[in-house]
Write a protein of this length. Structure first.
Length: 397
């Protein structure tokens, strides 16, 4: 186990603890649709509060790129946080300056406060020294409980760790321990399922995955890019046509590495991106000009399930379809339930990660049965590739 300090190693009583959490939660119409990330940070918050720390929560939310964007205000997450914590949480309209100082000065030992989205400042993503100073001014200790943001070298992930005594929170600790025992030397064959809409960011990760896994199953919007790269019509589907060359390179690389890439054979298509939109199933060779691919079809599901039955390890990131819009959750639900059953039967070690993945697995009532569900997305995949995560490395410095 790599070395970092945990909450066992410090006295936090009376200290202002800057606790980096990941409150980048999925929301719809102002409501948190999956609270797993909130649930995961409760132990650290409660432990710090009960030990008499002033617990000051720092988080990013969305990608506002240094601008104040009301939709990406953490104020919208506050009610869910208070609900799960079962206590009042003070809110500061800014993570630095007078607004933050006023809230923090008013805190008593054991209180919890949430500061506004760190990404409202450009200095966060730039890991800017003067921004780090401004944030650090409000704390005596830095505790990082955001494994899922550890792939970012930002002010509140790595910057603060160099500035203040830095400690891993309980969730960071648990996450590192679980991933280390689950993924360091996986039992083979290994299947990776990679789906979701973040197409361009994941294509490069796929290139690395093909060297590590035996089966790479591609779903979600990303699959359309691969289908298009093979010359298939994808109609109005989400697709990055300009990445066709990259997609073809990945397929070549997979072949050379003996990795079988599994793409959809059939798809559920609709002409409207909405729940219960009229839909039908087509072969991926017959997607109409007006059609949008919104899920994989039953033949694809059956094929993936038959391969999964041969595998000993599954790593899953990203849903197959638009799982938030029924019936386009069916492919994801079916494969998730099969993976859950194989796990319960002791035939499969199943590890899943990604905010959307967690939500999709929970919706399929399968998350509880998986061996381990990480709330990390990009950090999860980078860890899988064996990359050093700056946020983790900073805790070990
Ligand atoms: C995530 O949701 O993957 C993390 O919160 C990190 O967010 P980011 O990809 O916008 O850095
Ligand atoms: Mg991400």
């Amino acid at each position: 186990m790599t070395s970092f300090r945990t909450l066992d190693d410090v006295d936090v009583k009376g200290k202002r603890v800057l606790l980096r959490v990941d409150l980048n939660v999925p929301m719809e119409e102002g409501r948190v649709t999956d609270a797993t990330r909130i649930e995961r940070i409760l132990p650290t918050i409660n432990e710090l509060a009960s030990k008499g720390a002033k617990v000051i929560l720092l988080s990013h939310f969305g990608r506002p790129k240094g601008q104040r964007v009301d939709e990406e205000s953490l104020r919208h997450v506050l009610p869910a946080l208070e609900h799960h914590l079962k206590r009042k949480v003070a809110f500061a309209d800014d993570c630095v300056g007078d607004a933050a100082a006023a809230v923090i000065d008013a805190m008593r030992d054991g209180d919890v406060a949430l500061l506004e989205n760190t990404r409202f400042h450009k200095g966060e993503e730039k890991n800017d020294p003067s921004f780090i100073d401004e944030v650090a001014r409000n704390g005596d200790l830095f505790v990082n409980d955001a494994f899922s943001a550890a792939h970012r070298a930002h002010a509140t992930t790595t910057g603060l760790a160099a500035k203040l005594p830095a400690i891993a929170g309980r969730t960071m600790q648990a996450e590192l321990e679980a991933l280390e025992s689950g993924l360091t030397s996986p039992a083979r064959p290994v299947m990776a399922i990679v789906g979701g809409a973040k197409v361009s960011t994941k294509l490069e990760l796929l290139g690395n995955l093909v060297a590590k896994v035996d089966y790479l199953v591609i779903g979600g919007g990303m699959a359309n890019t691969f289908l298009a790269a093979q010359g298939k019509a994808v109609g109005k589907s989400l697709c990055e046509h300009d990445l066709a060359g990259t997609a073809r390179d990945i397929l070549e690389k997979a072949k050379a590495a003996n990795c079988t890439v599994v793409l959809p054979i059939d798809a559920t298509v609709a002409q409207k991106f909405e729940a219960h939109a009229p839909s039908h199933i087509v072969s991926v060779d017959h997607v109409g000009a007006e059609d949008m691919i919104l899920d994989v079809g039953p033949k694809t599901v059956a094929h993936v399930e038959s391969l999964l039955a041969k595998c000993k390890t599954l790593v899953w990131n990203g849903p197959f379809g638009a799982f938030e819009l029924p019936p386009f959750d069916e492919g994801t639900n079916a494969v998730a339930q099969t993976a859950a059953r194989l796990t319960v039967e002791g035939k499969l070690l199943s590890v899943a990660g990604g905010g959307d993945t967690v939500a999709a697995l929970n919706q399929a009532h399968a998350g509880q049965e998986f061996s381990y569900v990480s709330t990390a997305g990009g950090a999860f995949l980078e860890w899988l590739e064996g990359k050093a995560l700056p946020g983790v490395a900073a805790l070990q410095g």
